[in-house]
Design a protein around this ligand. Structure first.
Ligand code: PRP
Length: 174
C-alpha cells in the first residue's frame, strides 16, 4: 500500500488514552448494569474491541451489518441491514458503537430502528465526529474526537477495504 499519502491525524497513544476515558465515562453514566454493545460493521470493529475492554464489568457484544447508502439511497437515509443482531435487545441497556458520524444518516436511522425494539436504554458512541457534512441532526452521547473535513483512514476506517489495520487515524491525500 502507498503510505506516503498518509498524514497521522490522531496517533495511537491519543486514541488509546481517549478510548480508556470513554470506557470510564460510559460505565459511570450507565452504572453497574450489563451493557449490550452493538458494533456497526465494518468500520467499528477495532474501536469496539478496545472500547468493550475499557468499559469493563458485564458487557455483551452484538454485531450489526449495514450496507452503505453511499450507493444511491443517500437522499432517503435508508440503511439496509445485511446482518441483524443475534439476540433480542428488549429490556437491555444498549450502546451503539460507531467509528464515524459524517452526514449522520446511518446513526439516525439505526437509532430509530433499534429504539423500536424496546431496549431499556439506548445510548450511542462514536470515535470520530465530522460535523461539516451533517444532513440530519443527531446528538451522540459519547464522542471521542471531532475531526475536520478530511478523508480519514485507519483504526477500522478504510479506503477500498485497505488501511483498517493501521493503529492510528490518518488523513489520506489522493
Ligand atoms: C461509515 C461509518 C458509518 C457511516 C457514517 O460506514 O462506519 O457507519 O459511514 O456515515 P454517515 O454519518 O454519513 O451516515 P461505511 O459506509 O464507510 O462502511 P464500513 O463501516 O463498512 O467501512
Amino acid at each position: 500500500m502507498v503510505r506516503n499519502k498518509l498524514d497521522v491525524l490522531i496517533p495511537e497513544d491519543r486514541i488509546q488514552a481517549r478510548v480508556r476515558e470513554l470506557g470510564a465515562e460510559i460505565r459511570a453514566t450507565l452504572g453497574d448494569v450489563p451493557i449490550t454493545c452493538i458494533c456497526v460493521l465494518k468500520g467499528s470493529f477495532i474501536f469496539m474491541a478496545d472500547l468493550v475492554r475499557a468499559i469493563g464489568g458485564d458487557v455483551r457484544c452484538e454485531f450489526l451489518g449495514v450496507s452503505s447508502y453511499h450507493g444511491g439511497t443517500k437522499s432517503t437515509g435508508v440503511v439496509r441491514i445485511t446482518q441483524d443482531l443475534r439476540s433480542p435487545i428488549e429490556g437491555r441497556h444498549c450502546l451503539v458503537v460507531e467509528d464515524i458520524i459524517d452526514t449522520g444518516l446511518t446513526l439516525h436511522y439505526l437509532y430509530r430502528m433499534l429504539q423500536m425494539r424496546s431496549p431499556a436504554t439506548l445510548h450511542t458512541c462514536t470515535l470520530l465526529d465530522k460535523p461539516v457534512h451533517r444532513e440530519v441532526e443527531f446528538k451522540c452521547d459519547f464522542v471521542g474526537f471531532q475531526i475536520p473535513d478530511e478523508f480519514v483512514v485507519g483504526y477500522g476506517l478504510d479506503l477500498g477495504e485497505y488501511y483498517r489495520n493501521l493503529p492510528y487515524i490518518a488523513v489520506y491525500h489522493p
